[in-house]
Design a protein around this ligand. Sequence first.
Ligand code: PRP
Ligand code: ZN
Ligand code: MG
Length: 223
Amino acid sequence: MKPRDRLRIAMQKSGRLTEPALELLKRCGLTFRQSRDKLFCFGEGEPVDLLLVRDDDIPGLIAQGVCELGIVGRNVLDEFRLTVGRESEPLAELRPLGFGRCRLSIAVPQEFDYREPTQLAGRRIATSYPGLLGAWLRERGVAAGVVTLAGSVEIAPKLGTADAICDLVQSGGTLVANQLREVDVLLESEAVLAGPQALPADERGDLVELLLKRLDGVIQVRE
Ligand code: PRP
Ligand code: ZN
Ligand code: MG
């Protein structure tokens, strides 16, 4: 890949992390020229540009060197590290960002009398996080079937394709709407700044350090 002198940050194009991520970058002194419905936003002050993409694509884009940094949920980053990312350069969680807090949890239908993970043995669990769920089950020695779905995981029990689900819970509204009960937490998540384990050894590396410094200032003020 051709070396670049501008830094690229990937973030969610539209979703729960979009507004707070833009707000945070603004507080770090970054402003961008193009409107938000475009894929690419040109940085006006610092030589830092934005890529607006699907959140699930962000770790892969960093691993491929398409961008240096990404603002993404810890759940997405950790899932990538446990699956596709095992083959590529390791990614690091550079900073927790304090917004987009949610949990990756096991939820079961009301009639399931859940007390402990071993009760999941021999059951099917629907999830978009097969890596994180698989690791959690292995650690507990539970052999369950993992049904991977890209979305609408919460309707799987009603459809009879799963006995439980493993999905993100924020307000809990989705679970209530689907008569599911949260019974175990696998991961406490929030938006994080992700990047390569080894920063580029050029101007972009210096830019990352400058950004981290500003970020620490902004986060400290907010706390
Ligand atoms: C997530 C998750 C649940 C929902 C939980 O989906 O998959 O469906 O949020 O939030 P709640 O507890 O506040 O109801 P989201 O719509 O964010 O994105 P997705 O399309 O990637 O599933
Ligand atoms: Zn997503
Ligand atoms: Mg959802």
